[in-house]
Ligand binder design. Structure first.
Ligand SMILES: *Cc1c(COP(=O)(O)O)cnc(C)c1O
Length: 392
């Protein structure tokens, strides 16, 4: 049987076995509703609060500042809409970047339809937001700055400390979508001066359908879901206890093993990057060469389509991504690649490998062996020119 090699950890990760084990008893034996008053309910409450403490510890926050949500997308929606509406009296202006995940971008588009004004900051060729433009964009009507910690397509890590400091100085709330960075690089809400921070379990070896939002104590914010008094009146709805236990366990494992794992993963990524650049002509690296998540390698292979490479790799049991999972299937080049100035022809040849805990040296060697001949074959058939001229 052909070996399966999964190199798309930025789209989602396999749930760690230990996380699954930790969750299981909360589906049947300990199924109680934590809002009830008997012992079965207390068990669920206790599990929920232990998970909350773990998430708080990872972020250097207080447990009371963590709200469990249904996903990273919900955390982003809660932060943006919640701050926008609760602080409308102060002003209706929001600042974000042009390379955010659609969970932030499309929420901003929706807020614009509700009468809010949004500034979309430009980024440089490595995907770093323009700090000068940020500073110049802040007005006395600005209620929120929302800039992601690390970009999901490029891996580029934004200068959050500077942004957070600026936000604090100007008295503007600062939210960061840290879905990609949590568990991979240090995330400390105090160092980053973040007032709000989103994370999602399924991007860090936890289950799908559960996330968290950090909300700094004292923040003026509205809820997204109205109903019962769950989550300190911040998020109504009976809690997803198995999922919450899952986030807690995933976070605990990340705190214990993350640092060493990411070092190992970065070595694999660097080996892949170096070898592909050596073996394939006309390859462009997308994202910051250094300030980048350890597991992400995004390249453009000129003169061919990313999708064609993906299909050929898939036929060999290798799963990678072209652009981002949310935009693949559409013909428009990724908004992130467009924002860093990649022309649309080149952008169509983009390929993202995102490495994770289950990857080995053998996996990387396999891609290094298989991809160059795939590229060569596709270029020979390519109508874009390169292959046609190589023989004569
Ligand atoms: C995956 C992702 C999200 C969405 O998280 P879900 O839990 O899938 O809703 C938001 N932001 C970024 C940067 C992501 O990578």
């Amino acid at each position: 049987m052909k070996q399966k090699i999964y190199l798309d950890h930025s789209a989602t990760t396999p749930t760690d076995r230990r996380v699954i084990e930790a969750m299981l008893s909360y589906f049947d034996k300990k199924f109680g509703n934590p809002s009830s008053l008997y012992r079965l309910a207390q068990e669920a409450q206790k599990a929920r609060e232990e998970a909350r403490e773990k998430v708080a510890r990872l972020l250097s926050a207080k447990p009371g500042e963590i709200v469990f949500t249904g996903c990273g997308t919900e955390s982003d929606n809660h932060a943006l809409k919640g701050i926008a509406f609760a602080n409308k009296e102060k002003g209706n202006h929001i600042i974000t970047s042009s390379i955010e995940h659609h969970a932030v971008l499309n929420t901003c588009k929706w807020l614009e339809k509700q009468g809010f004004e949004v500034t979309y900051l430009e980024v440089d060729q490595n995907g770093i937001v323009d700090l000068e433009q940020l500073e110049n964009s802040i007005t006395d009507k600005t209620s929120l700055i929302s800039i992601m910690h690390a970009n999901n397509e490029l891996g580029t890590i934004e200068p959050l400390e500077e942004i957070g400091e600026l936000a604090k100085e100007k008295g503007v709330y600062f939210h960061t979508d840290a879905v990609q960075s949590v568990g991979k690089i240090p995330v400390n809400v105090n160092k980053l001066n973040a007032d709000l921070l989103s994370l999602s379990a399924h991007k860090l070896y936890g289950p799908k359908g559960v996330g968290a939002l950090y909300i700094r104590k004292g923040t003026q914010i509205h809820s997204l879901l109205h109903g019962g008094h769950h989550e300190n009146n911040q998020r109504a709805g009976t809690e997803n206890i198995p999922g919450i236990v899952g986030v807690g366990k995933a976070v605990e494992i990340a705190m214990e093993e993350g640092k060493e794992e990411e070092k190992r993963i970065q070595k694999l990524r660097d080996r892949l990057e170096k070898s592909l650049k050596e073996k394939i002509e006309d390859v462009k690296l997308n994202g910051h060469p250094q300030r980048r998540l350890p597991g992400i390698l995004n390249i453009c292979v000129r003169y061919i389509e990313g999708e064609s490479m993906l299909l050929q790799l898939d036929a060999q049991g290798i799963a990678a991504s072209s652009g981002s999972a949310c935009t693949s299937g559409s013909l428009k080049p990724s908004h992130v690649l467009t924002a860093i100035g990649v022309d649309s022809e080149t952008a169509h040849g983009s390929l993202r490998f995102s490495l994770g805990k289950d990857n080995t040296e053998e996996h990387v060697e396999k891609v290094i062996d298989l991809l160059p001949p795939i590229v060569e074959r596709l270029r020979e058939m390519s109508p874009l020119g390169k292959g046609k001229t190589s023989g004569n």
